[in-house]
Design a protein around this ligand. Sequence first.
Ligand code: SF4
Length: 326
Amino acid sequence: MARLLAPGGSVEMAVGVLEAGAEAVYVGPIGWSRRVSRFELDDEAIREVCTYGAAKDKEIRIAFNTTPASSEVPAMLRKVDQYVEWGARGFIMTDPGAIAAVRRRHPDVSIHASVAATIINEADIAFYRDIGVTVVVVPSKLSFTEVREFKERLGVQLEVFLHSNHCYTYLGKCQMSSYFNHRFAETDEHKQLFLGSPNRGGFCHRVCKGEWTWSEENTLRDESVTMPNIAILGFNSVPAYLDIGVEYLKIQGREFNLSLMVDMVRFYREVIDHCLTSPRPISLSRFQPRLLGLMRRRDEEREDRTQALLQVAVEDAPLPVAGIVD
Ligand code: SF4
């Protein structure tokens, strides 16, 4: 049965999306999950979410999708042990060594290969499966037939994105942000934060969305270059994903407003339930007006957030982070 996996950028958001109909929620410990720390959670908050999840029989996923330095691995594993004890049933991870270490320690937890692992082809999926991953994000360019074949052949659970954004580069491999603004900080637990590098405990400044020009040999060729950053919308694919047997349908957005995320989850809960109970072929036309409203709200919020992140990158503005020491 497919589970709706929703973002928890705060305790309130985690509880709100679970009450709105998500079966699973993901949260990120401060400095470990590719977001501005304001949208990550300290351990007390994670414990609260785990306690709530256990009481309601919901799945809690913890994102450790940065690349840890060797010196950070023991601290990461201590946190993993603690979260498992509190009831977390799985982790979202990127780094192969860290994944293998968590798998050796906790044979029964789920491990999702994060989209930041940049899984592109069948060999990548097989590699991550063999080191202990149980769920992989479906590469976005695959047809439904290919997704079905991958699932049957490779024996992994699948996760698809219903709402997200497609990076101009490969997410997890992009270094552009840290060229612009790369400051160092540390959490009060001594986790290193290379701000400007989401892969190393910071966050992306979304510099690809800034104003770019193209020059060649000191000649201006184009004074307004736009790099694509396309919204992923899996709405129309929900019936096909359910028929294929995809295990997780994910909505991204820890940094969005609570009300938008709750409305988004409520909307997709209805869409999924409609698909599960309707004969084929399914019409989703009655959902279209609400979808357009949600997309408009999402795009407006995302644009505001992008401008704020860009401003930090180019103006060296105060850091939009909390709970850290410079
Ligand atoms: S700079 Fe742009 S392409 Fe690179 S990770 Fe950030 S949003 Fe993605």
